[in-house]
Write a protein that binds this ligand. Structure first.
Ligand code: AMP
Length: 217
């Protein structure tokens, strides 16, 4: 059966960074709903234009839109053995839709690592976060600086500050997370899939704990 890993946690906890590392180590495609939206925004598709208005306000894109973009992505051949989902699901409605989809694709969620941190840590991490234009690699001016200022270590593209990482939007994103997304912690705990890892540790330590958690059944 295909292996699907869902990584959850508040914005700024290091989900994206860890998801990329884990996906590579596990040989699974890294599916980030935020990256899919940003690609569409860059290409100015209808979906991108719609998503843009929600993202810039720090709100969630409506479930129906988000579910259909993920359903399409999971139907690609590279996901036939599973995927690592980063940023989806973000509401209980999305989690239920994911269960239905995976049933259809003959898979199920195997594990849900939950990376936790206090609001103070999240705000500190989100201000100063830098994202690469080409592929969304993530750096931080203080906690994970690039070798050359303003340039992605991995693909050499320009680093920029996401509009929704600006201080006005960050607080809203954190509020939205606690209100709409945090119920997923209980949702997956009840299904015995949740593993909590503290995100306020060095990147390598979080990775090591995530890998250890994914080894256990
Ligand atoms: P991220 O890159 O995961 O921080 O996502 C950036 C923004 O994209 C979020 O603040 C939301 O506005 C939107 N977004 C990403 N994933 C979802 C989702 N699963 N449901 C609704 N909106 C989402």
């Amino acid at each position: 059966m295909a292996t699907y890993i869902v990584i959850i946690g508040p914005p700024g906890v290091g989900k994206g960074t860890q998801a990329r590392i884990l996906a590579e180590k596990k040989g699974l495609p890294h599916i980030s709903s935020g990256d899919l939206f940003r690609e569409n925004i860059q290409k100015q598709t209808d979906l991108g234009n719609l998503a843009h208005s929600y993202i810039n306000r720090g709100e969630l894109v409506p479930d129906s839109v988000t579910i259909s973009i993920i359903r399409e992505r999971l139907s690609y051949a590279d996901c036939k053995n599973g995927a690592l989902l980063d940023g989806f699901p973000r509401t209980p409605g999305q989690a239920e839709a994911l269960e239905d989809m995976l049933h259809e694709f003959h898979g199920r969620v195997n594990k849900v690592p939950y990376i936790s941190a206090s609001n103070a840590t999240l705000i500190e991490r989100l201000s100063g976060r830098l994202t690469c234009r080409a592929q969304g690699h993530v750096f931080h001016v203080k906690f994970n600086p690039p070798r050359v200022a303003g340039v992605c270590d991995i693909d050499g593209s320009e680093l920029y500050e996401r509009d929704d990482d600006k201080v006005e939007t960050v607080e809203r994103r954190i509020q939205v997370y606690w209100k709409l997304t945090s119920p997923l912690i209980e949702y997956y705990r009840q299904r015995d899939l949740l593993v909590e890892i503290r995100g306020d540790q060095p990147i390598e330590q979080v990775t090591a704990q995530l890998l250890a958690a994914l080894e256990t059944n």
